[in-house]
Design a protein around this ligand. Sequence first.
Ligand code: SF4
Ligand code: SF4
Length: 457
Amino acid sequence: MTVARYDLLRRALWLGRVLRSRLLQPALMLVTLVVFTLAIVTGLFGTPAGSRNFGIVFVWIVWWALLIVVLVPLFGRVWCMMCPIPAPGEWLQRRAIVRRNPGRPRTLRKRWPRRLKNMWLQNIGFLGVALFSGVILTRPSVSAVVLLAFPLIALGLSLLYENRVFCRYVCPVGGFIGLYAMMAPLELRTRDCSTCRLHRTKDCVAGNAQGYGCPWMVYPGNLDRNTYCGMCMECFKTCPKDNITLNLRPFGADLFVSKSHRLDEAYKAFIMLGCALLYSAVFLGPWGWLKSWASLESLPNWLLYAAGLLAIVLALIPGLFRLCAALSDRLAGHRAGSRFVTYAYTLVPLGLAAWIAFSLGFVFVNGSYALSVISDPFGWGWNLFGTAHMPWTPFAPQLLSFLQVGVLTGGLLFAASMTVRFAGDGMVDARRALVAGLPVIAFQLVMTLAFLWLYLG
Ligand code: SF4
Ligand code: SF4
């Protein structure tokens, strides 16, 4: 199905000039690199009290909320354009920061294994971080070590492999940004596919004097989803046909590109939804014992917590969903289980809504810490901007509940309408499509009620 799109650059010519500038990405990366370095240094040398440490407050409250509440839902992968993590490795590969260094990036030219060209490593990485999140999100020194590990791994991989192998196949954050970027109303696409087909030199892939070949190993001429385009804007510079643009389009348009539905991405959707539920229970729920289990205060209890998390995320949620999807298949007259992966994409809007609701809860309750740590990032008693002694003040608790209910309801309605559309694929009878979708919608409803129960008590 074709959807309406609005070519932003046809009108905003200045935006095209900005996006073609070789300065844009390095300038943004330098800014985030400074903040990222400060987060690591304060984590390592600052106070061990998480709520008084810049590293914890700015990464896990401010950056996280900005990413999941604003950047991903509205702008897709735009964070990847400015992310500091791959910057040192990429600059070393290119032996340049701003200018286009002639020749191919310098690496050992190893080949990334074919069987790892998917999201499974990112799924495993995210689960690894999730298992230790009770420690990472509260202890500044642990958080700093984890943050430091990311650019070091990215650097190591960029010495071995060409391009952004870390971002594309390894980064646990990049995995879920790619999944949820499909919801964004912004996309980078070619204006005309036939221009690409006829263009023999494919400068966007091979690179030219103006820029590098796509560092994310994407061919823009085939791009039909936001998932793997890191919005680095390199193809804006290399395309000699002026065939790349930014479009506005309806929310979630990529979710209906059915030829691209894949099991690794489906599992990413299960893992993200399950982790949103568990994070909500651990960090916002009333169960102190659960928080202490997740915080690794005793190894046997943490092992129980880890086993529970893995069982819920990898077995219980996908298992129940598979049952519902099989029932929907039967009702739609399909082979049971044949649309399991397709139906899993209905959990993308629901999962994103759940993460937004969770993050709003986190930021409304704990956001005021940002004002005090900006004046005293190490917790050493400084008062740089006169805000160090601002008391902890939860922000508008009544508004928070309304926002969480609104976001979760929106996510559920979006997921349910997708389900009916998937169930009705090839059917003319809309009522039959609705009936066929009911088991999957029931699953989505139960999940939404579970989140509402956690948030509203
Ligand atoms: S360089 Fe431009 S026209 Fe050529 S294949 Fe790439 S996007 Fe298409
Ligand atoms: S498609 Fe273009 S913007 Fe996207 S990652 Fe590749 S070069 Fe960068």
